[in-house]
Each structure stands twice: as structure tokens, then as C-alpha cells.
Write a protein that binds this ligand. Structure first.
Ligand SMILES: [Zn+2]
Length: 440
């Protein structure tokens, strides 16, 4: 049963540029005018701390918001970011709206009403008929929390706006990696933001650029902000499970007494401390390797590090908190950065195309902070990142080195944490077993 829902979700999944030829059909009546990034399926209202038992989830699966329409009336939904230099009209045309209609979006009144709200990166959601007639196009202004909706009335485009009245709901979804994490996310109807957050949370346990294999699976419980029944954006991940090469990794959001939020695994080990396994930003673009094509090449012992093939300009992140020990040119390394992390550890990043703005020797950096960009400077035949990991000055294989883990929860803190996450843990287990039932 859950499997069917997953398929419906996949239909509702936001559209990416590469999927434009493959037009997706909308099934949820409630989402006709402005579909957000995720569908209202497996919705559990309320906050993560007090998740209701699984029966509630099954009830809300048949929520009245989901209604199947007559086939011919289903609009096509596409969602994509506005590109730099693109007018609203050309963005609409790119997303399948008839030229004659799309053209009207460049009218002065519409341009003025949207001044400053339409920028490169703004997410545009478009619902059209099969012929390119516009049902609606929408975007949200997150600074003022207003929703702007373009609709066609008798061949004329009209713009209206409403205040976003967001309520946060908790959703859960899972998937299985067949070709890539992003393809699995697409199949599960999950937005890219969730894949990126998962990679961030589990970045200390899993190298998302080299460790993923077919058959890896994940379950995630996350917040989605809704406006009048339509998903507008994703919020925090509250809990997640990632089974990589048969090994289960868990993460639960824990709020410290001072309000700080941090992810811990089931055993009370923090995901935020220690080192990230991969220094590369994980995104749909930077992860565009097939799983058969291993992104890491070269013998690390011979040249003291590992190389990550990645598109020119991919963001390079500090793998742990530290200070900049060296930044500049160094012969074969080209543009080079060395970070120091406490007394024992240093990491190094080579062949960079450039550095993050203003970064200089002595600066403090945080784990995950972007420090530079992938390039091909120095002795390099193509864009890639050379990454080194040293303990007491001795090079280690970054892919396999045992990494330090600091300040785990213990004693009474661990007990409290386990009580706190018990409900989430049951939800994840339920999600996993529903999926297995579907697969069998
Ligand atoms: Zn190298």
C-alpha cells in the first residue's frame, strides 16, 4: 500500500530541467494551482517530538486532499529555478507555457509587482495543460512570506498574491538507491534539499562521492511548511536512517538546553564533530557520476592523497573545524589550502580554481564551510580535487582513516536522548517495514 503512495509521490515530484521531456502528471486536486516541492502524503501534523502512532499515518494517507481527477484534466507540473539573465516570460516558456501566454508575463504591471522577487535561483512552479495553457505559475517571496500566483483568465495573464500562512507538518519517506542518490530521491518524490541535507548529516560516516552502492536505502522524517494544503518548502530533518553497504547509520535531531541543535546517532555519538568523509559539496550536479564510475582515482600512497573528479567550480568544504595554515600557490598542487585541526590533524586541498572570498592564513573555518572551488591548477590534467589527510604530519588514506569522535552523549544525557527519540525510532522502523512489504 505504501508502495502505491510512493508512486503517486513520484508523480508529484517536482520537475527538474533534465526531466522536461518527460512530462509528469498531477494527481492531487488540491495541488493544482501551486504544487510545492513535495506532496501531502504520509503527513503527520504536529512537531517531531510527539509523533502519533503508525495508525494515524495510515489514516492521513487517504486524506481528502488527494483526489484523482479525470485523466484529461490533470495539469502538467514543472518546477525549476529561474536562471541568471532570464525573464519571467522566458522562464515560463522553458517550463512549457505557450509563448503567446509566457510573453505576457513580461508586462510592465507584472514586472513591477514582482520587482526584486524574481532572482536567479527563485523557484518557479508551473502547472499547464497538455497544450501549454497556463493553469498557474507561482513563486514565494521568503523574506515577506508572500505567495505570488499567475493565472490565465480568458487569454489574459493576471497576477495575485496572498500571505503565506505556513504550518509545519512532519512527513516521512524512504527510498532505495538504484543508480544515484538523486535518482532515488526522484523516485521517492523527495526534493533535492533533502538529499543534500542527508549527505550533510551523514557526511562523517559515509563518503557520498565514493561509498554509495546500488541497494543502499534510506528513510527520512522531515518537516514541510504548508500553505493552504500546498507544500511550500522543506524544513528540518528530524530523524533519518541510511543503510550503506549493509551498515545502518542513524541520525536524530537533538536540541541542547541552550537551544543548539545537533544530530546524534542512536548510540549518542555526534554527527557534527570529527571530520567529514568527503570535502566536496554534494549536489545533483557535483554528484553526477554513475555508481559504476568511481569518482576517486589514483593510488593515494604514491601521491599522498586521493583525487576526486568533479566539475570545475564545485564547492570544496573544510572537513572539520580548524584554521587556515597555508593558502596560495604551491608547485604541483597549484592553488593550495592547508587547514590545521588541533595539534594532531591537518587536511590539504589542491588544484583549486579559486578560494572562498577573503580567506587568508590564520582564519578560523567551521566544518562544512566552503573554502575553495575545484579546478585544474598545478600538475593536473582535468578538473579534480586533490585531498590529503595527515595525523602528526603523516599522510593517511582519507577514505579509510579512523576518524576521531568527541563528546558522545553518555549516562543520564544518553538515557534522556533515547527516550526523546523513541517515537521517531518507531516511525523509522515502521517506514522500513512498509517498504520491505512493498518490495516482497
Ligand atoms: Zn592528487
Amino acid at each position: 500500500m505504501f508502495g502505491e503512495k510512493a508512486i503517486i509521490l513520484a508523480h508529484l515530484k517536482k520537475l527538474r530541467e533534465s526531466d522536461l521531456r518527460k512530462r509528469w502528471r498531477l494527481i492531487a486536486a488540491a495541488a493544482i494551482s501551486t504544487l510545492g516541492m513535495a506532496a501531502a502524503i504520509a503527513v503527520v501534523p504536529g512537531q517531531g517530538q510527539n509523533l502519533p502512532p503508525k495508525e494515524t499515518i495510515l489514516t492521513s494517507l487517504s486524506s481528502p486532499k488527494i483526489a484523482v481527477l479525470v485523466d484529461d484534466e490533470r495539469p502538467y507540473i514543472r518546477q525549476d529555478k529561474v536562471r541568471s539573465g532570464e525573464s519571467l516570460g522566458s522562464a515560463l516558456r522553458r517550463l512549457g507555457v505557450l509563448s503567446t501566454l509566457a510573453h505576457q508575463a513580461n508586462r510592465t504591471d507584472i514586472r513591477q509587482a514582482l520587482a526584486g522577487k524574481l532572482q536567479p535561483g527563485t523557484v518557479l512552479t508551473v502547472a499547464t495543460s497538455a497544450e501549454g495553457g497556463l493553469h498557474s505559475a507561482s513563486l514565494t517571496d521568503s523574506t515577506t512570506d508572500r505567495l505570488f500566483i499567475l493565472e490565465e483568465h480568458d487569454g489574459k495573464l493576471e497576477l495575485r498574491s496572498e500571505n503565506l500562512n505556513l504550518d509545519t507538518r512532519v512527513q516521512m519517506q524512504g527510498g532505495i538507491v538504484q543508480s544515484s542518490l538523486f535518482a532515488a530521491m526522484d523516485n521517492a518524490g523527495l526534493p533535492d534539499a533533502i538529499a543534500e541535507k542527508l549527505a550533510e548529516i551523514f557526511g562523517d560516516d559515509i563518503n557520498f562521492h565514493s561509498d554509495l552502492i546500488k541497494g543502499d536505502r534510506f528513510s527520512v522524517i522531515y518537516e514541510v511548511a504548508y500553505h493552504q494544503g500546498r507544500a511550500i518548502r522543506t524544513g528540518r530533518i528530524l530523524a533519518a536512517e541510511f543503510i550503506n553497504r549493509g551498515q545502518k547509520h542513524t541520525a536524530y535531531l537533538h536540541t541542547h538546553p541552550d537551544g543548539r541543535e545537533e544530530y546524534y546517532n542512536r548510540e549518542g555519538r555526534s554527527h557534527a564533530q570529527g571530520f567529514l568523509r568527503s570535502p566536496l559539496e554534494f549536489s545533483r550536479v557535483s554528484s553526477g557520476f554513475s555508481l559504476r564510475q568511481h569518482p576517486v582515482f589514483g593510488n593515494w600512497r604514491e601521491h599522498k592523497g586521493v583525487d576526486y573528479a568533479a566539475p570545475h567550480g564545485t564547492a570544496v568544504k573544510a572537513t572539520s573545524d580548524g584554521t587556515v595554515e597555508f593558502i596560495g600557490q604551491r608547485n604541483g598542487y597549484g592553488n593550495f589550502v592547508i587547514l590545521r585541526h588541533g595539534d594532531k590533524y591537518t587536511t590539504a586541498y589542491g588544484h583549486l580554481s579559486g578560494y572562498a572570498g577573503g580567506l587568508k592564513t590564520g582564519d578560523r573555518v567551521r566544518q562544512g564551510q566552503v573554502i575553495a572551488y575545484v579546478g585544474s591548477t598545478g600538475w593536473s590534467t582535468g578538473p579534480h580535487l586533490h585531498y590529503e589527510f595527515r595525523i602528526d604530519g603523516i599522510h593517511q588514506n582519507p577514505l579509510t582513516v579512523a576518524l576521531p569522535n568527541n563528546n558522545p552523549l553518555s549516562g543520564i544525557h544518553l538515557q534522556r536522548f533515547r527516550l526523546e527519540v523513541a517515537a521517531l525510532e518507531r516511525q523509522l522502523a515502521h517506514l522500513e517495514s512498509s517498504r520491505n512489504a512493498f518490495l516482497d
